[in-house]
Design a protein. Structure first.
Length: 410
């Protein structure tokens, strides 16, 4: 008990020092903080006290392995940022298909057309363009990506570009054959989405009876094959009240999962009008302490809470500056939760679209927290999306200033 008390005290002291540091210097825009942190991870790695790695050589499944060409490219990118050179985002989520065998009550890909899915050659070209932009982490999503028959080809293309290929799946198709194919193709990490640690509730939320048991078996098989495995979930007020965060941590330990990623529920997709889902700062603070306490348990999983990452004293919103999203039919959005697009890869290059994005009045500066959870942003953009319209919706039909800027470029 005394040991736990001492560790808790050190967590509070470390947390206070970090916050005082950021309050004095301002939030890290990452010219110095990110370059310094990247160098420390690569040089000293797991010898750094109070730092937990997901697995040897992998600080987090959201960053490349420190001894890899992908990490070297990532590090050069953040140095270029610091020196004011041309730079690109770190990550892209690629929704390679809209097909899905689940019917999630909170689906973020809701109201997207089922038509126009990019072909294998088109996706390979997009992957090449993303790598040229400086992206090092390519995260494959859907729909359910394992429903796409050429998935191994896309993963191999990502790896050939010295990038990390990660996969988000509902876990329904993680049998040994599919996992072997993913591993051979070079898939670095598999994130399995679980909405609840209670099987019946999870299956109900996903609209697919038996899904929980299939996902758990898939995780066990992947762990047994020594693949990088993470669990991805989300938390709302009810989840915390029920102690789901503790149950997920226990589940990760039981299954041998190395990292737990937790999103706070974002009103988008089927929940796009449900602004009441947005957590208060006090509620987010409860989540942040879960993240900051994770190092105390040396045998437990690494924890990554997005409300901690989006903390005004950490990264703020990472849409466009650190991540972009490309839908199955080629629309480019700031992130997979933002139902606004800036163009389509069938009409413009990824490079041109991203450069339009980063000079947009809304995105040419750092937002101190997730924009999709910001009342002003939602009032200015999200609430103006016409009811029933196809998503993602073109931002230039909402934002007059952006529309005029686009006209000027023509």
């Amino acid at each position: 008990m005394m040991g736990n008390t001492n560790r808790s005290g050190r967590v509070k002291i470390t947390r206070r020092l970090r916050r005082n540091f950021y309050s004095f210097l301002g939030p890290p825009n990452f010219p110095l903080a990110m370059v310094g942190g990247g160098w420390l991870l690569k040089t000293f790695g797991e010898r750094i006290p109070f730092i937990k790695f997901a697995r040897p050589g992998r600080f987090s499944y959201h960053l490349p392995p420190v001894e890899s060409r992908a990490y070297d490219r990532f590090y050069r990118n953040i140095i270029d940022r610091g020196l004011g050179r041309e730079w690109g985002p770190h990550a892209v989520t690629l929704a390679v298909t809209q097909d899905c065998n689940a019917k999630c009550v909170h689906c973020s890909a809701f109201r997207r057309s089922s038509e126009g899915t990019l072909t294998t050659s088109e996706w390979c070209d997009v992957i090449d363009q993303c790598a040229e932009l400086g992206i090092t982490d390519m995260i494959i999503t859907g729909g359910e990506p394992l429903l796409r028959p050429d998935l191994a080809v896309l993963i191999e293309r990502i790896v050939a570009n010295d990038c990390v290929a990660d996969l988000f799946t509902n876990g329904s198709l993680l049998n040994e054959e599919n996992l072997r194919g993913l591993k051979q193709a070079g898939c670095d990490t598999i994130f399995v989405s679980l909405d609840s640690p209670a099987s019946e509730e999870h299956d109900k939320l996903r609209g697919m009876p038996g899904l929980y048991d299939k996902a758990i078996q898939g995780i066990k098989t992947a762990v047994a094959m020594d693949m990088g495995v993470g669990i991805s979930t989300y938390m709302n007020r009810q989840s915390v009240a029920r102690g789901y965060h503790r149950r997920f941590l226990a589940l990760c330990k039981e299954l041998g999962v190395s990292e737990l990623t937790v999103f706070d529920l974002v009103p988008t997709g089927k929940c796009i009008k449900d602004d009441e889902l947005i957590l208060s700062n006090a509620e987010r603070e409860v989540f942040r302490t879960i993240h900051e306490n994770q190092w105390k348990d040396s045998k437990g999983p690494r924890v990554c809470l997005m409300c901690h990452v989006n903390d005004p004293q950490i990264m703020g919103c990472f849409g466009i500056k650190w991540q972009i999203h490309i839908t199955h039919n080629g629309f480019v959005t700031p992130c997979d939760f933002t139902p606004l697009h800036f163009g389509n890869v069938r009409k413009e290059s990824v490079w041109d679209i991203w450069h339009h994005m980063k000079v947009h009045p809304e995105y040419d500066c750092k937002a101190m927290t997730c924009r999709m959870q910001d009342a002003d942003f939602r009032r200015k953009y999200i609430q103006k999306i016409p009811d029933g319209s196809e998503l993602p919706f073109p931002i230039d039909l909402i934002d007059v200033e952006h529309r005029e800027a686009c006209a000027g470029r023509r």
